[in-house]
Design a protein around this ligand. Structure first.
Ligand code: 13P
Length: 249
């Protein structure tokens, strides 16, 4: 089965009107005809700005979070229907920073996944172990538990999700998982998806995230079950992000 890789930038809480314009204009000028799908997941206040900058290019816009709720008294949250009005194609859910700093549980992540799917937004569901969990030999159990919760709530709809394996110890640390370490976990996730959605599992994209950069992207993306990348720091630098895009074929 042929599936395009997905290279998604997660800007996190970075950017300004001026910086975004410079970055996105450089990306649009540099992408030409990419072999992969491309997205930039931007802070909510900039969705409209970035959407207008990418119009007519192969770059899609994503959000970094989505509410599990449809509407109402949920101060500070954005619903999937609101994001949809800004042509948001993807929403990151369950990023480890949200699990860690905002108390997002597997149940909340599963409900957010459902809210995105119900509104035609592709959720990028993040899973990953901490360093302590890896050292305790719990990596497989942790990522399987995180993905199982999403499968339990979303059933056969999980064929529409993107999964991102982001080992917490590799995020923003410059310590990338080796291609072998990443592939081993991706294979575990693939097997779990296969169990849940047999005929669709091969088509579900599993991204790697965690200090992916222009220098290490090609080797990571060459692994059998690595179908793209979720990139933080290196997505803020146009030449680096463009190099990662070029490595995804
Ligand atoms: P870095 O690429 O900065 O390590 O961040 C990875 C990440 O968290 C993407 O969601």
């Amino acid at each position: 089965m042929t599936k395009k890789k997905l290279i998604a930038g997660n800007w996190k809480m970075n950017g300004s009107l001026a910086a975004n314009e410079a970055l996105v204009k450089a990306l649009v000028a540099g992408v030409a005809t990419p072999a992969c799908d491309i997205a930039v997941c931007v802070p909510a206040p900039y969705l409209a700005q970035v959407q207008s900058l990418v119009t007519g290019s192969p770059i899609a816009v994503g959000a970094q979070d989505v509410s599990a709720q449809a509407q109402g008294a949920f101060t500070g949250e954005q619903s999937a229907t609101m994001l949809k009005e800004f042509d948001v194609r993807y929403a990151i859910v369950g990023h480890s920073e949200r699990r860690q700093y905002h108390g997002e549980t597997d149940e909340i992540v599963s409900a957010k996944t459902a809210a995105a799917l119900a509104n035609g937004i592709t959720p990028i569901v993040c899973v990953g172990e901490t360093l302590a969990q890896r050292e305790a030999g719990e990596t497989e159990a942790v990522v399987k538990r995180q993905l199982a919760a999403v499968i339990h709530v979303n059933g056969h709809c999980i064929s529409e999700i993107v999964v991102a394996y982001e080992p917490v110890w590799a995020i923003g640390t410059g310590k990338t998982a080796t291609p072998e370490q990443a592939q081993a976990v991706h294979a575990v996730l693939r097997a779990q998806l296969h169990h849940a959605a047999s005929e669709h599992a091969a088509g579900i994209r599993i991204l790697y995230g965690g200090s992916m950069n222009a220098a290490n992207a090609a080797e990571l993306l060459a692994q059998a079950d690595i179908d793209g990348g979720l990139i933080g720091g290196a997505s803020l630098k146009a030449p680096d992000f463009l190099q990662i895009i070029a490595a995804a074929r």
